[in-house]
Design a protein around this ligand. Structure first.
Ligand code: A3P
Length: 279
């Protein structure tokens, strides 16, 4: 972990570069047509990034570019500056750490939420599968790190609370639940198109939903050398497209872990309009 003023980051880059990127992000120059895809790590960022990119290009074709090349905390500001419009940028950073101009210029944001228990399971495999995390522990040891906000991007509930407040105040943020995208992708893609102001046919919406289904994306995306930046750090057969399921936590959490989760998260989730559906 690179700790920057109390904020935990993990990167395939040198710590001084990570620091430089992190400090530059708030000053990033934004354009009116920039779209920001934001979610906590492992909540469906790759999936949504692909859908938004397809909607903006008007083609149901897998983008031969990597999401990570459009990720604020992964790329140097100079590189982000050179991306042609319309840019589909993405980040797992807390809202207060994102480019200030994005909020001032009322750029569009797509925010994705996923059951935090599934996020924890997915993140566990992520940390074990990428050598940078140097993590070899068991899930029972990992869960406290997630719940106590000791992993990269710090505290999950604080992260969601910040977005919840912004969603109440701003109309340029569109909320998507991973679970809804999974069960009713076509409707969610249609709503997303409307939010983005993209006119498209029912055929295109159907084709995008299909092309972005887990099975299709896994096969297609893994064909491209899209992970050129992160690939060297992948252990064994690690893939960013692992299972793509909902409710996997039920097969992972023990009764004791579930009780522990509830003791740390449940009350706060009940008090959150966004997270209440998971209680
Ligand atoms: P799992 O580890 O549970 O499989 P992110 O992109 O924010 O890092 O999130 C990664 C999670 O989203 C992984 O979850 C990954 O498999 C899942 N995912 C990626 N593409 C998906 C798709 N097209 N449909 C459903 N889930 C997808």
């Amino acid at each position: 972990l690179t700790n920057i003023d109390g904020y935990n980051m993990v990167s395939f880059r040198q710590p001084e570069i990570v620091r430089e990127i992190f400090y530059n992000i708030p000053q990033l120059k934004c354009r009116h047509d920039d779209v920001f895809v934001c979610a906590s790590s492992k909540s469906g960022t790759h999936w949504t990034w692909e859908i938004v990119s397809m909607l903006l290009t008007g083609k149901a074709e897998i983008i031969p570019k990597s999401k990570v090349a459009h990720m604020l905390e992964a790329m140097l500001t100079e590189i982000i500056d050179e991306i042609p419009s319309p840019r589909v940028l993405n980040s797992h950073l807390h809202l207060c750490r994102l480019p200030r101009e994005a909020l001032e210029k009322k750029c569009k944001f797509v925010f994705i939420l996923r059951d935090p228990r599934d996020v924890a399971v997915s993140l566990y495999h992520h940390c074990k599968g990428i050598s940078l995390y140097e993590y070899d522990g068991m899930f029972e040891n990992f869960l406290p790190l997630f719940l106590e906000g000791k992993l990269e991007y710090n505290n999950y509930l604080e992260y969601v609370a910040e977005w919840e407040k912004a969603l109440e105040e701003r109309s340029e943020i569109h909320l998507i639940y991973y679970e809804d995208l999974k069960t009713n992708c076509i409707d969610e893609v249609r709503k997303l198109a409307l939010f983005l102001g993209v006119t498209c046919t029912d055929d295109l919406i159907r084709d995008i939903s299909y092309k972005c289904s887990f099975e299709q994306m896994k096969v297609e995306k893994e064909k491209y050398p899209l992970e050129e930046l992160r690939q060297p750090f992948f252990r064994n057969n690690f893939s960013m497209f692992r299972k793509g399921a909902t409710g996997e936590w039920k097969n992972t959490f023990t009764v004791a872990q579930n009780e522990y989760f509830d003791s740390m998260f449940l009350e706060k989730m009940k008090n959150s309009k966004l997270l209440r559906r998971y209680t």
